[in-house]
Design a binder for this molecule. Sequence first.
Ligand SMILES: [Zn+2]
Ligand SMILES: [Zn+2]
Ligand SMILES: [Zn+2]
Length: 279
Amino acid sequence: SDAYCWICHCDGSGVCCELCPRLYHIKCLPQNPSSESWVCLECQKIIMAETLETRPLAMQSISVDTLCILLKYVLQRMKLPETKPFHQPVDCGAVPSYTDYVFHPMDFATIDKNIKKKFYGSPEAFVADFKWILHNCVVFNGKNHSLTTVAKTIVKMCCHEVNELLICPDCYLNSCIKDSDDWFCEPCRIPHTLVWAKMKGYPYWPAKVLREDNNGQVDVRFFGEHDRAWVPLNQVFLLSINPPSLVPKKTKGYDEAKVELIRHVQLLRFVFLFIHHYC
Ligand SMILES: [Zn+2]
Ligand SMILES: [Zn+2]
Ligand SMILES: [Zn+2]
């Protein structure tokens, strides 16, 4: 197993996970391991995400092939000039001591290969490999190294992208591909609630609901420009023929949004009537 603790990245003896090479100091764990055959929190998260009964709703209708396509897009979005130091494996010929410290090397190219091999059964398993990049970086370079700052950003970026993917895999994929201007009109497998949502300085505008938080805010994406925003619940109304207040002066943007909304509703009718008819 690894010689460095997964939580604090320092060495010293600890407990090993039954399923992975991660090591944990007892003092770094929130609870003492319950038994000899202990499965670490990181592995527990992955198991939950890959078990039929406990995996997130968004993932239930996704095939492994689709997941691979999605993860390829996530990786592509993260391949920025600033993440470049982690794109390729560390050259152990140039840094012979590397493997003395790093038990499980990880980098973007290896993750890319893993995606191709259909190694990831969930977005969580994919995120876990980016955490290895950070862990290895802290172990080898130290907590305050500039590369560690980059590695931390990488993990944050990855968590953000995966979170977006889990909100709606169809929206995520469509917004990455954007192979037609029509992508926003295509219904998602789990259709979004349609609403009128009002932002300060704007009229009520048609939008799709992506999620709600616990503080009375609704995350919406607007028809037309496809902007995202958190809108207070009391400014959000279920879609009706006319908006909750006076129709604004006609603007080009508003008319375009309405055209897109109508097209979306037509496609929704088509897709979901079709499904009802045959199932
Ligand atoms: Zn520790
Ligand atoms: Zn584990
Ligand atoms: Zn969607």
